[in-house]
Design a protein. Structure first.
Length: 106
Protein backbone atom coordinates (compact mmCIF):
# COMPACT_ATOMS: atom_id res chain seq x y z
CA UNK A 1 0.00 0.00 0.00
CA UNK A 2 1.55 3.31 -0.99
CA UNK A 3 1.45 6.58 0.94
CA UNK A 4 -1.45 8.01 -1.12
CA UNK A 5 -3.60 4.92 -0.48
CA UNK A 6 -2.86 5.16 3.23
CA UNK A 7 -3.91 8.83 3.31
CA UNK A 8 -7.12 8.04 1.42
CA UNK A 9 -8.01 5.34 3.95
CA UNK A 10 -7.18 7.60 6.91
CA UNK A 11 -4.53 5.26 8.31
CA UNK A 12 -2.85 6.79 11.33
CA UNK A 13 0.45 5.47 12.63
CA UNK A 14 1.85 6.35 16.03
CA UNK A 15 5.64 6.49 16.36
CA UNK A 16 6.73 6.47 19.98
CA UNK A 17 9.73 8.71 20.77
CA UNK A 18 11.83 5.73 21.92
CA UNK A 19 11.32 4.09 18.48
CA UNK A 20 11.68 7.25 16.37
CA UNK A 21 15.48 7.12 16.19
CA UNK A 22 15.34 3.62 14.78
CA UNK A 23 17.85 0.83 15.17
CA UNK A 24 20.83 0.54 12.81
CA UNK A 25 21.15 -2.87 11.19
CA UNK A 26 23.54 -3.93 8.44
CA UNK A 27 22.77 -7.64 8.42
CA UNK A 28 19.51 -9.55 8.15
CA UNK A 29 18.57 -13.21 8.35
CA UNK A 30 15.22 -14.34 6.97
CA UNK A 31 13.65 -17.67 7.89
CA UNK A 32 10.14 -19.04 7.48
CA UNK A 33 7.71 -21.73 8.49
CA UNK A 34 4.39 -22.62 6.89
CA UNK A 35 2.64 -19.83 8.80
CA UNK A 36 5.16 -16.99 9.23
CA UNK A 37 8.30 -15.24 8.04
CA UNK A 38 10.86 -14.16 10.63
CA UNK A 39 13.29 -11.35 9.86
CA UNK A 40 16.13 -10.82 12.31
CA UNK A 41 17.89 -7.47 11.86
CA UNK A 42 21.41 -7.45 13.27
CA UNK A 43 24.42 -5.22 13.57
CA UNK A 44 27.74 -6.67 12.48
CA UNK A 45 30.91 -4.71 13.20
CA UNK A 46 34.45 -5.31 11.91
CA UNK A 47 36.64 -7.07 14.45
CA UNK A 48 33.76 -8.49 16.48
CA UNK A 49 33.20 -12.25 16.30
CA UNK A 50 29.42 -12.27 15.98
CA UNK A 51 26.48 -10.14 14.91
CA UNK A 52 24.03 -8.97 17.55
CA UNK A 53 20.32 -9.20 16.69
CA UNK A 54 18.80 -5.77 17.32
CA UNK A 55 15.23 -6.45 16.23
CA UNK A 56 13.03 -9.37 15.17
CA UNK A 57 9.98 -8.90 12.97
CA UNK A 58 7.48 -11.74 12.51
CA UNK A 59 5.16 -11.52 9.50
CA UNK A 60 2.30 -13.54 8.09
CA UNK A 61 3.13 -14.82 4.57
CA UNK A 62 0.71 -12.31 3.01
CA UNK A 63 2.36 -9.42 4.84
CA UNK A 64 5.82 -10.64 3.85
CA UNK A 65 4.74 -10.58 0.20
CA UNK A 66 3.30 -7.07 0.64
CA UNK A 67 6.59 -5.97 2.22
CA UNK A 68 8.50 -7.42 -0.75
CA UNK A 69 6.31 -5.43 -3.15
CA UNK A 70 6.70 -2.23 -1.13
CA UNK A 71 10.49 -2.65 -1.01
CA UNK A 72 10.64 -3.29 -4.78
CA UNK A 73 8.56 -0.19 -5.47
CA UNK A 74 10.66 1.98 -3.17
CA UNK A 75 13.94 0.68 -4.60
CA UNK A 76 12.70 1.56 -8.11
CA UNK A 77 11.83 5.08 -6.91
CA UNK A 78 15.19 5.43 -5.17
CA UNK A 79 17.13 4.31 -8.26
CA UNK A 80 15.09 6.64 -10.46
CA UNK A 81 16.02 9.56 -8.20
CA UNK A 82 19.58 8.68 -7.13
CA UNK A 83 20.86 6.12 -9.65
CA UNK A 84 21.29 2.36 -9.65
CA UNK A 85 22.27 0.69 -6.38
CA UNK A 86 25.50 -1.20 -7.01
CA UNK A 87 25.83 -4.63 -5.39
CA UNK A 88 29.21 -6.28 -4.75
CA UNK A 89 29.73 -9.65 -6.38
CA UNK A 90 29.26 -12.25 -3.66
CA UNK A 91 29.21 -16.02 -3.62
CA UNK A 92 26.20 -17.52 -1.86
CA UNK A 93 27.24 -20.00 0.80
CA UNK A 94 25.08 -21.20 3.67
CA UNK A 95 21.80 -19.48 4.55
CA UNK A 96 20.85 -16.46 2.49
CA UNK A 97 21.53 -13.26 4.41
CA UNK A 98 21.92 -9.55 3.81
CA UNK A 99 25.56 -9.05 4.80
CA UNK A 100 27.37 -5.73 5.19
CA UNK A 101 30.94 -6.82 4.48
CA UNK A 102 32.64 -8.51 1.56
CA UNK A 103 35.08 -11.35 2.09
CA UNK A 104 37.92 -10.45 4.41
CA UNK A 105 36.37 -7.22 5.68
CA UNK A 106 34.69 -8.42 8.86
Amino acid sequence: MNENEQKQQGLQIELAPDKAQGEYANFAIITHSSSEFIVDFARMLPGLPKAQVRSRVILAPEHAKRLLGALQENIMRYEHQFGKIKMPEEQQQGPRTIAPFGKGEA
